[in-house]
Write a protein that binds this ligand. Structure first.
Ligand code: AMP
Length: 291
């Protein structure tokens, strides 16, 4: 596997591969790779000739006071894991080259970036849209893979691709979970053993609300109430939001329509660790379907 730090070398490599007629896939990450990331890499391996995994803890998507400095980093481990999962390149640019002195440009996607994460992490999606734009320009991928774990982010990226005419196909890979349901995340290492156990409340809440929708419940307030009740069983959880929304637009109607795809969204803090998770569910066409 190639290990590339320099933006110029990355651009040259991508250009050569494109000229040789190969299909390039990009898997953008912030590193400290786990099974969720590796699933994206493996899927990329199936879809493309050349897999580029980027590892970049992007400072512009962290708000002041968030965990940018303490975000876990282990580039040697990432190299081994990315290679074993089938990546051809690990691209690990330096902050000072991505954002040199005098850098002033920011990409803002409006609309889908505004609710939920947009409220609790204002400016976060500007940072995401900016770095994804830069990574697309530098690595010139034909496809890029993102995790369902960050559902709102996938909508922001799809909007970005449409609006800025990137010729990049976006693939969304299902969330990889621990055996007890907790969504894998680099941030899970922050959790103390007791918190780690309590963190499964997010998954349980999502499953309960999902079952309710599959039983035919279409009233948003009732669906959200199910999320809230389950989350309230763990008083240590400080809730940012629990919501049910149209999966593609994040609109929150009073009642969902039969056949509509709904995303159930949860974000909460446990001690100093912020956890997010979501679940997609199709509203049954006719009455109840089996959960
Ligand atoms: P991150 O390193 O957390 O920025 O994540 C990089 C990519 O991996 C994003 O597209 C995430 O949505 C995706 N990802 C993170 N955790 C998971 C997971 N548990 N399952 C699937 N994809 C994930």
């Amino acid at each position: 596997m190639e290990f590339i730090v320099s933006l110029q070398l990355m651009r040259q490599y991508a250009e050569q591969q494109r000229c040789a007629g190969r299909r390039l896939a990009l898997v953008p990450t912030m590193g400290y790779l786990h099974e969720g990331h590796l699933q994206l890499i493996r899927r990329a391996r199936q879809l493309a000739d050349v897999v580029i995994t980027s590892v970049f803890v992007n400072p512009t998507q962290f708000l002041p006071g968030e965990d940018y400095e303490r975000y876990p980093r282990d580039i040697d481990r990432d190299r081994r894991l990315a290679e074993a999962a089938g990546s051809d390149v690990l691209f690990a640019p330096l902050v000072q080259e991505m954002y040199p002195a005098g850098y002033t440009t920011r990409v803002s996607v409006l609309g889908v970036s505004e609710p939920f994460e947009g409220v609790y992490r204002p400016g976060h999606f500007d940072g995401v849209a900016t770095v994804v734009t830069k990574l697309f320009v530098i690595t010139r991928p034909h496809i890029a893979l993102f995790g369902q774990k960050d559902w709102q982010q996938t909508l922001v990226v799809r909007q970005l691709v449409r609006d800025l005419n990137f010729e990049v196909d976006i693939h969304v890979v299902p969330t990889v979970r621990e055996p007890d349901g907790l969504a894998m995340s680099s941030r899970n290492v922050y959790l103390e053993p007791e918190q780690r156990q309590k963190a499964t409340a997010l998954y349980r809440a999502l499953q309960r609300a999902r079952a309710l929708v599959l039983q035919g419940e279409r009233r948003r307030s009732v669906i959200v109430q199910a999320l809230l009740e389950e989350l309230a069983r763990v008083p240590e959880l400080q809730l940012d939001y629990a919501a049910a929304a149209r999966a593609q637009t994040l609109e929150e109607p009073e009642e969902f329509a039969p056949g509509e795809q709904v995303v159930l969204l949860v974000a909460a803090r446990l001690g100093g660790t912020r956890l997010i998770d979501n679940e997609l569910v199709d509203v049954p066409q006719y009455g109840a379907e089996r959960a």
